[in-house]
Ligand binder design. Sequence first.
Ligand SMILES: C[C@H](O)[C@H](O)[C@@H](O)C(=O)CO
Ligand SMILES: [Mn+2]
Length: 418
Amino acid sequence: MSIEQSYQLAKAQYEKWGIDVEAAFDKLKQVPISIHCWQGDDVSGFEVDQQELSGGIDVTGDYPGKATTPDELRKDIDQALKLIPGKHRINLHAIYAETDGEKVERDKLEPKHFQNWIDWAKKNELGLDFNPTLFSHPKAADGLTLSHPNPEIRDFWIRHCQASRKIAEHMGRELGSPTLTNVWIPDGYKDTPSDRLTPRKRLKESLDAIFSDEIDEHYNLDAVESKLFGIGSEAYVVGSHEFYLGYALKNNKLCLLDTGHYHPTEMVSNKISAMLLYSDKLALHVSRPVRWDSDHVVTFDDELKEIGLEIVRNNALDKVMIGLDFFDASINRIAAWTIGTRNMLKSLLYALLMPNEQLKKYQEEGNFTDRLAVLEEFKTYPIGAIWDYYCEQMNVPVGTDWLNDVRAYEEKELKNRK
Ligand SMILES: C[C@H](O)[C@H](O)[C@@H](O)C(=O)CO
Ligand SMILES: [Mn+2]
């Protein structure tokens, strides 16, 4: 049976529920996913005096072919984008600056150091997002940055974040789409703190200083990302969820929820509707924690489907800025991007093809039997046939055909790398 025939049969099944599949495609086409560049080089970046990855995060695996230059990384992203339907955004960290072999301290970074990324993004009609990098640096060696007791270290990181927002604003202006600048810091303590408040006061003051710079919101939006624990900050993290939720609400910033940054049974999907009652926008780092914040490649699992459903049901496709955050060096890195991003999109399609109004009605009527029965039934509806057709229509490989492209690219490009 052809892709078209399978699609027509599947479509008819959804149509019985009054679901408009073509309308779902039209909506999905409009959703940009912010694809993180750091999956391509194991969060290394291109600083002249590159440091070991720090900040309590870790990448495991030694799959050959990682990008070691900006051109290689862009080439790899180009390849992944050929396999992912739709128009998307690329999320950069400050350590991906290009400084022509010159050592430029992070607080001295300027838009010109990202010009190649901007030109490339323009050419490929991509948006860019940005992150100051407050780890993998001697001034973050003790795991403290914006909350550091030493004002000189704090000020250094404040200046880095201020510089980052200016770079981001420039990117947003150049590309005609606001850059989301996300601040994540590793600050915390391995063991039980004797004072939880003072570091949080200092972090608050540092953030106030960073955001006191006037930046045009047409070109830059700010987000703050919390965390529960990291390696070396097991007992206490300064920028906890409550800290940033409060900060974001009070200061009109976006709260960024990373799906790996909560207790194992605490689900980000359950937070979206609550937070949207109080914020116009929020941001996500969709990741997959396996036993800890392990940043595994996103799979089409129950939580991913639930996240898709929450975004769609709450009419929030333009309110939730979806970014990805995983880094797996044990598999082909282009495959990692492709699998994770396609899954994110598939979860949105899955959600767009649910009889959401009917299900809501069942719940309002107290009809929990039908709610459960229909929710279960749709788990095995032929989403695969619809997704395949969507991929074909969007001119990207269907099914696992993209693996052939990845293998060919591996032979031609990745295997020649050091
Ligand atoms: C590299 C990212 O900025 C980093 O992963 C951060 O977003 C995070 O999630 C730390 O755990
Ligand atoms: Mn994250």
